[in-house]
Design a protein around this ligand. Structure first.
Ligand code: ZN
Length: 437
């Protein structure tokens, strides 16, 4: 039976019923995922979680591949960067829909009242590190796909599910590596949904860019009682920070983006000064003596500049270097070094792209309200799918409250996972059963 014949007159309520019937399975799956402490750093238990997903997805007819991102940052024999890609072909040719979830979680931190790796279920919420970001989203997508396979076995095209490493540290051992190997080639995959926790009624179109750099100012060491015999690197940095306050911050605040970034404060260019250090190196914790009196000959800051689709990396970089060169004209002995640490370009999927329109329509069907289109202030793996994979038809959509990500007592609501699984299931029907649109 072909997809068209099967889906003609198909009642999608069968899909909803199948998802509702999997509620206990969804809870158990989410708990199992949380109980594997895939902390990053260092990037542990990636193989364990990939093998777990491998068993589960093979049991549902998927062809699976476990792929180690050899030689990527952090990859070692002790902490290998393992990823899984699972693919299930439909009965006739058609588009491929890919669900990509990162399997890593950030450090636990303090302030927890629940076991961070216990997966406790209390009043409809499952607690644990990664519950919201994003093991709940991974579990919801698996349940949505399994329910779709049961109720719509004659679908066209293909479905892929991937579990990838290192999103929390840039995604180089995860999605970036897979994209370099061709896994996100638009000839192979046509629609990508990343179930990050953006709330069940929001479609995230993309994210801002980021540029991270260290700036160092130099001076000349001398006795602290005769600072005029040296040259104070901290005062030079003070002049830089002054310029940031008087010129750079006001200029950035004036720039506004077309991107629907949430929260609204991130709809302008922003910059954080991540750290500052000048003078003698920090003493060890067990040092109890007084510091020697010296004029500092070095001061360093790290800046974290987030930029908009309307800006280019060259402009962002040029603006800071022009400012530093400007300080030089006021301060004859001013010298500096700028070391770029990392950069990520913004990514923004067109609001009329097929995956956006499909998931938005599914949200309307399931929740009875219009989907909100948003963009993320920080980056996520879409950058690699867009920039390396050259695949533009990509969004983030998944259950969970964004503000809970990385916080103590992180949780995911079971009802939210069910609702977003219904949205994902319907999206599959719309994309892979052509007459179900
Ligand atoms: Zn995440």
């Amino acid at each position: 039976m072909g997809a068209l014949a099967f889906s003609r007159g198909m009642d999608l309520s069968a899909l909803d019923t199948a998802i509702a019937a999997k509620r206990d399975d969804l809870i158990a799956l989410t708990q199992d995922l949380i109980r594997m402490p895939t902390l990053n750093p260092p990037g542990q238990d990636y193989r364990l979680i990939c093998e777990y997903l491998d068993r589960r997805l093979k049991g549902h007819g998927f062809q699976t591949e476990l792929i180690r991102a050899h030689g990527t940052p952090g990859d070692s024999e002790k902490y290998p960067r393992w990823n899984i890609v699972a693919r299930r072909e439909g009965s006739v040719a058609g588009d491929c829909v890919h669900f990509n979830s990162h399997t890593d979680v950030v450090e636990v931190g303090s302030g927890w009242t629940r076991d961070p790796f216990g997966g406790e279920l209390i009043d409809g919420k499952i607690y644990g590190r990664g519950a919201c970001d994003m093991k709940g989203g991974l579990a919801a997508s698996i349940i949505a796909v399994e329910a779709f396979l049961e109720t719509c076995p004659g679908f066209a095209g293909a479905i892929e599910i991937s579990g990838t490493a290192d999103e929390e540290s840039g995604g180089y051992g995860g999605v970036a590596y897979l994209a370099e190997q061709g896994y996100f080639d638009p000839a192979r995959v046509q629609h990508v949904i990343i179930p990050e926790p953006l709330n069940k009624d929001r479609v995230c179109l993309g994210h801002r860019g980021g540029w991270w750099a260290e700036i160092e100012t130099f001076g000349e060491i001398a006795h602290g009682s005769m600072p005029f015999l040296g040259d104070c690197a901290v005062r030079h940095m003070g002049a830089v920070l002054d310029r940031f306050e008087s010129d750079l911050f006001p200029a950035m605040a004036k720039r506004h983006t077309e991107m629907p970034v949430v929260p609204a404060g991130a709809r302008s260019s922003t910059m954080n000064i991540n750290s500052i250090h000048g003078g003698q190196k920090e003493q060890d914790d067990d040092f109890t003596g007084l510091p020697a009196h010296c004029v500092p000959d070095s001061c360093r800051i790290v800046i974290d500049r987030r930029f908009l689709v309307e800006e280019t990396l060259e402009q962002v970089r040029g603006e800071v270097t022009a400012l530093l060169d400007g300080v030089k004209s006021d301060r004859p002995t001013f010298t500096y070094a700028l070391r770029e640490l990392n950069s990520v370009l913004p990514s923004m999927t067109d609001a009329h792209a097929p995956v956006v329109e499909t998931v938005s329509a599914a949200i309307r069907d399931v929740l009875g309200r219009d989907a909100q289109h948003v963009a993320s202030p920080g980056t996520y793996d879409q950058k690699h799918i867009d920039r390396i994979g050259k695949l533009k038809n990509c969004i983030a959509y998944g259950p969970g409250v964004l503000e809970l990500a990385h916080k103590p007592d992180e949780w995911i609501g079971v009802d939210d996972m069910i609702d977003s699984a219904r949205v994902m299931g319907r999206s599959l029907a719309k994309l892979l059963l052509p007459s179900a649109k």
